[in-house]
Design a protein around this ligand. Sequence first.
Ligand SMILES: [Zn+2]
Length: 356
Amino acid sequence: MSIPVLYGHEGIRSRLVGVIASGRLPQALLLEGPRGVGKQRLALWLAQALMCENPGKGRGSGKGEPCGQCQHCKLVLNLSHPDVHWFVPVELSKKGADADKQLDLVAEALAEEMAARRERPLYEPPSGLASHGIASVRLVLRRLALTPALGHRKVFVIGDAERLVPQTGAEAAANALLKALEEPPADTVFVLTSSDPNALLPTIQSRVVRIRVARNADSIVAVFAQRVLGVRSQRELAQLVTLADGCIGKLLASGEGGRGSAEAAEAFRAAVAQGAVQRFAFALSQQPFQARGGFTEMLDGLLEQLRQQARQGGSGETAKVVEAIASVLEARELAQGNVNPQLVAAVLADQLAGLR
Ligand SMILES: [Zn+2]
């Protein structure tokens, strides 16, 4: 099964095909923007544009855009192009295994994840425990050394790149990755994505060209919900569009995902329910910088719970839940900027307490 076609992001798409055509595409890019906005989907589209044999020739494809019909396009859309390496954070259970074994385990975990996405293309955010560990970095380096199998280029898509974490004892591999980002082999393009770019290692930040991926218009989210998710009722459609807030991926997250952040979200809601002192204590327990990723995950967990509540809630309560969602979204924006998570948590806790 192929992944759904890319909806929206026309501005970035036409800029990207423009720089590809002029041969000026930077070789290390960072697509940054809200979670669920479609950064990794856009990265795959870019991979397709780089691989396509007949750009601009497909039905409905604009100037220089991938045709969607050639062998390369089909393989990318089917997540099986041998020269498009999509790395997503994975959870590894066998800690004790030696380095080679761990590398095999990562390759297996990634292959499984891709197989699952082929079956069920609308995937959910990774669990809080998944990361790009050192074995993933080594696998990138190994694949970097390969000659392209089909085309004349290789594309590495590294999703949730803020989960590339430094590990002691693995400096050589980390440095090799940094060097590759700084001067990629001539046939290679790196596309990193992050919804929390400030949590990215500074050594990585300084080596990538940052591109901001903005939210889609509500009309685009609505078309996606109708065509891909089969939403018929106008009322449900309006609700979904409001909750998605321009991020199609938010339509796809269900109660199954984000288990890691759900607990933290529960703790936060409990603190809100208890009173001012507990709220303040909870806010202070947020760590200023290191845990920024964890904090935004907690907010995501909170959003998830509120969305479920909005779906189930009786009419009297829905307005408050929608207002609470708006507050959390605002807090998330602030947390991604340069505002201290302790402050953001304190303000949000007060707002939520006021809505109770
Ligand atoms: Zn094509």
